[in-house]
Each structure stands twice: as C-alpha cells, then as structure tokens.
Ligand binder design. Structure first.
Ligand SMILES: NC(=O)c1ccc[n+]([C@@H]2O[C@H](COP(=O)([O-])OP(=O)(O)OC[C@H]3O[C@@H](n4cnc5c(N)ncnc54)[C@H](O)[C@@H]3O)[C@@H](O)[C@H]2O)c1
Length: 292
C-alpha cells in the first residue's frame, strides 16, 4: 500500500515516451491509469503493455488543444474508475529550431497550443473534478530544462516551457489549501521521439508552414535527444519526487550550473538597479503581498 494505491491518474500524451514512462511507474504503484493521446496506434500498444503488467487502464484518443476532448477524457476516467486524483500534463511537441528572423507563425501557434494551452485546458478540466471529491491529489506538469534557461534557436519551445514552470508555481500556492500537490518536471534530453514531433502535427497547423506531416522533424535536436538519458528512469524519478513533495523535479543534476548562472545574472542585475541614481527614491516595500 502506497499513497498512490487505487487512485487514478490521467496522463496526456501517455502513448509513448516520457508519458508512458510515468504511466508505467505510477501503474507499478497501484494507480489506475487513463491515457489520452492523439495517436491511436501507439495508444493501443501502450494500453496492451500496461495491461500485460496487470495495470488497470483506460484510453481515449484526444487532442490536448481541444477543450471538448479534455471533457471526454475526464468523463471516461470517472466512468472507468470513479474519481480522478492526478493529472499529468505531459503531451508536448518541439518544432524545428531556427533563427528568430525565420520565425514561422504556424510553428509558433502549434507549439503554443499544444505545450501551453494544452496544459491550461487540462488543468481547467481536471482540477475542478479533483477538488470535488475532497480527497486531494496531484497536478504534475511536464516542462523542460528549457523552462529554466532560454534555449537559443528554440524560442517557441522555450516560451511554452517557461510558462509551464510559472503556472506551476502559481498553481502550487493556489491548490495547496485543497491538498492538491503541484510539481513541474524539468528534464534535459531524454531518449524519446520528441525530435519527430511532426508526426502528430494537426492539419490546421500545417496549411501555411510548407512542411508535410512526414518530413517535419526538429533537425539538429535529433542527436541530442538520441544521446539523452533512458526514458525509463524518468517515470521512476517522478514517483520518487512526488513522494518527497518536490515542486521542481529534475532528472539531470549536471544542468544545475545553467540555473545557477541565470539566478546569479538576475541577482547581479538587481544589485546594479539598486546602485542606479534613477531608482534611489523608489520605496522598498512596493508590490503585492504575495511577493513578500
Ligand atoms: N525528450 C526530451 O528530451 C524532453 C526533454 C524535456 C521535456 N520534454 C517534454 O516531455 C513531454 C513528452 O515528450 P516526449 O519526449 O515523451 O515526446 P514523444 O514525442 O516521445 O511523446 C509525446 C506524446 O505526446 C503525444 N501528443 C503529441 N501531440 C499531441 C496532442 N496534440 N494531443 C495529445 N497528445 C499529443 C504524442 O502522440 C506522444 O505520444 C513533452 O512535454 C516534452 O516537451 C521532453
């Protein structure tokens, strides 16, 4: 018996990669698993894999950019298992990296709608249902190390992951009174098919991009992803960190130096502002209570 036993987790993008790794680790803890994914074939394969391990599973083909799909996923979870205790907002895509002057607006819309609005819609649909039963639960958002430090040539991906980290910090404070624990997973490179995200690019985001569903990939990112850590580590690490009540979940300890560099640069910028004659009359105690 663990804190997870007989509870229910809904995982977006759970058909493969990091989502399936988390599903596997949570299933081993005795959770009921509900997978939502846009890819019907891999979703069916994931269901068979988990059932073969003795995990109770339900699946729904859905698109995280569609609010109605989230409601169908939530309804299916409650019909199958009664209550929802955890949402893992995992579905995400990466577009081909490129310089800012070659910005493709279709790329941006796609990445923002899946990685950012998908997380917003998931939380909006599931948190109310977790609150309703009063037993508490978990909201786990999958961001990235890109949410901790800007990645050159990957503005859209970075923008969404920084937003997911920020929203997780907001929601942690907001949901604590309801006993809903919020965590944000920030991996660096993991061996998955993220560099082939174009395989799932919806038609409405391809019309003007000049890229077909088949030929679209994240180019130079492929080598980094293929040399990333074993995806199976990630799910177990998430379970370990949730049990420890961690807000930030890291999987690559050596990346700490990049976060330290950013924090130091921000701290030094404050020191320079404090020395500026232009700001000498700005009072010390300005700002909302939540900053204090
Ligand atoms: N692999 C990495 O190196 C890495 C690093 C940091 C963060 N991440 C994040 O981890 C998460 C999972 O990515 P992954 O690496 O497992 O990639 P992946 O491509 O292997 O898996 C992504 C899953 O999401 C599904 N999906 C894609 N678009 C969807 C949509 N619109 N609706 C529903 N499902 C959709 C896919 O079918 C797939 O099953 C993403 O949020 C990604 O940004 C990955």
């Amino acid at each position: 018996m663990t804190i997870f036993t007989d509870k229910t987790a809904v995982i977006s993008g759970g058909a493969e990669g990091i989502g399936l790794s988390i599903a596997t680790a949570l299933g081993k803890q005795g959770m009921n698993i509900v997978l939502g994914d846009i890819a019907a074939d891999t979703l069916e394969a994931a269901k068979n894999t988990l059932q073969g391990m003795g995990v109770s599973v339900a699946t729904v083909v859905m698109d995280v950019t569609k609010p109605d799909d989230w409601e169908r996923l939530a309804d299916a979870a409650e019909e199958s298992f009664g209550k929802i205790h955890m949402l893992v907002n995992n579905a995400g895509v990466a577009s081909k990296p490129g310089p800012v002057e070659e910005t493709n607006l279709e790329d941006w819309r796609w990445v923002i709608d899946v990685n950012l609005m998908g997380v917003v819609m998931g939380a909006a649909a599931m948190v109310a249902r977790i609150k309703t039963h009063g037993e508490g639960g978990w909201l786990i958002n999958v961001a990235s190390m890109a949410g901790m430090s800007g990645v050159p040539y990957a503005g859209s991906y970075t923008a969404t992951k920084v937003a997911v980290v920020g929203m997780s910090e907001s929601w942690q404070a907001e949901l604590a009174p309801y006993n809903i624990q919020v965590s944000v997973l920030c991996p660096a490179f993991v061996q998955t098919r993220i560099h082939l995200s174009g395989r799932n690019r919806q038609a409405e985001y391809r019309e003007d991009s000049g890229t077909s569903k088949d030929d679209y990939d994240a180019g130079p990112t492929a080598d980094l992803v293929e040399n990333g850590i074993d995806v199976n580590i990630v799910g177990n690490r998430v379970v370990e960190a949730i049990e420890a009540g961690e807000l930030y979940i890291f999987t690559h300890p050596s990346y700490r130096k990049y976060v330290d560099m950013r924090c130091n640069a921000i701290s030094e910028a404050f020191s320079r502002a404090a020395q500026s004659p232009l700001l000498k009359d700005v009072p010390d105690d300005l700002g909302p209570a939540s900053f204090k």
